[in-house]
Design a protein. Structure first.
Length: 192
């Protein structure tokens, strides 16, 4: 792998996690004591300080241990996938998607382990969307991009390096094909 890619893949997650953690720190510092929303765009976008003790969008409230274990498993899985992705230009978008998902998961895991909750602060009111943070943006947008990539950009054979695709290698596929009995030779039935 080229040196520039190694630098990108090792520095980018650190930068993404730092952006997430800095925005959460600023939120805790400046907005945790404010009783009301801070309006950014009237009737559209607000800062609203929330201590989310659950998962994305506030589900599974109070399940700290379960969420932490699941987060660690997902992070390890995505790091494994990042290691297995072919290091070619064709798979650069998939690599970036996995980097963003991993950075988002790590960002929220840091909050859970350090504070016992995830700091959420962005509220989009037109659709009454749950309060979220920068790490949630990484994960949500990347999962959407991942679905598009899996459906429209990569074939199942190209993704065979991922264990959950279960694509069989050509030799394995041949070995598992049922054997067809040899056709009877002409005249064998007549001699019976």
């Amino acid at each position: 792998m080229k040196r520039s890619k190694i630098i990108l893949f090792s520095v980018l997650p650190v930068i993404l996690i730092a952006i997430d953690q800095i925005t959460k720190w600023l939120t805790r510092r400046h907005f945790s004591k404010k009783p009301a929303d801070v309006t950014l765009i009237p009737k559209v976008l607000y800062f609203r300080y929330v201590e989310n003790r659950g998962a994305a969008w506030g589900i599974m409230q109070g399940r700290f241990q379960i969420l932490s274990v699941v987060s660690v498993i997902l992070i390890v899985g995505f790091i494994y996938a990042l290691y297995k992705i072919p290091k070619t230009r064709r798979f650069l978008p998939l690599t970036l998607i996995f980097l963003f998902i991993t950075a988002g998961a790590v960002g929220n895991l840091i909050d859970r382990l350090v504070f016992g909750y995830v700091t959420d602060f962005i509220y989009f009111s037109p659709i009454n969307f749950p309060v979220f943070n920068v790490a949630d943006i990484y994960v949500t947008c990347s999962v959407a991009a991942l679905c598009i990539a899996f459906l429209f950009c990569y074939s199942e054979e190209e993704l065979s390096f991922l264990p959950f695709f279960g694509a069989k290698k050509p030799k394995e596929a041949e070995a598992e094909q049922p054997k067809v009995p040899d056709a009877e030779q002409p005249g064998e039935e007549e001699s019976r």
